[in-house]
Design a protein around this ligand. Sequence first.
Ligand code: 13P
Ligand code: SF4
Length: 360
Amino acid sequence: MNDLSTQIPRLREAVIQRLVAQAPQPAPLTTSEADALVTRIKALLKAKDAVLVVHFYVDAALQKLAEETGGRVSDSLDMADFGSRHAAKTLVVIGVRFMGETAKILSPEKTVLMPTLQAECSLDLGCPAEDFAAFCDQHPDRTVVVYANTSAAVKARADWIVTSSNALKIVSHLKEQGEKILWAPDRHLGRYIQEQTGADMLLWQGECVVHDEFSAEGLRELLREHPDAEVLVHPESPKAVVQMAHAVGSTSQLIKAASESKADTLIVATDRGIFYKMQQAAPGKKLIAAPTLNRGTCNVCAHCPWMAMNGLQNLLAALENPQGHEVEVDTAIIERARLPIERMLAFSRGQGLVTAQPKD
Ligand code: 13P
Ligand code: SF4
């Protein structure tokens, strides 16, 4: 990295914070408006041979619609696996852009639609392809392991793609082969994996604006009010928060931990969109969102501003007129990025990691 190495991340953070503030959220709907949209969307899904592939963080109405129409609600690994195996001609990916790009890379022959192509991810934004290529060029002896929350162009530089469901197993496997690792972009997840595996890892310094905001101090206070509660933490959270966890894992692993927990109250350090499926998996348990840093007001308050851009209105718009909703990825990038993603899927299928998802 050059002399600007300390300034550039700060500049990027300023840009990202501006984008967070600008992410437009769908207008609230009355019940009859929502019902009317659902009816039209269901008809169009059938007419267009389309299936919904939905992340746990988006609005509950969208998760419910996927459940009712034979679609899938899951984590980023399972979304990639499900989309690549499904026979539908059109995949409608509801999450953030990297999820749509991964679906297109794995199924270039299919049409991949998203309610909005403007749904970003701060990890993706904080790891521009050109800067990342320069970082890789400086460390040619290292195996490049890239988190799924990145652009297609960054994935095209990777040897392996990982998600938080399989990163521990893949990095352990690489360590056993004697590989030194270049990791990008999430610094908290990278540090967690490094500590758990003891692998030699050089870390890009990106972060998720949602998870980086969870507060260990706030969590300590909340635990004084709920001393018997258990704490479930996504590993994109800061170290001090992860250290207080009873369970650490990907979104699907946290839902599984909630269903298996003996505690009546669970404090959850991840996007609160997950509560829809977590409550189904752990009926009767009290779910509390983990506190965020008190900087006057929280920036994102445990809810990803880009995931929240998805709604019934822009989903219907995508199905009615794909223009401006269709995910496109350059053919040369697809060819290169496909290799590390398929390597990840083959490894994960071999380890049974993609069949262990909670049932929809
Ligand atoms: P999962 O892979 O655990 O679903 O996480 C994706 C994500 O964006 C977390 O912030
Ligand atoms: Fe990206 Fe964080 Fe949003 Fe997940 S929650 S999509 S990591 S910004």
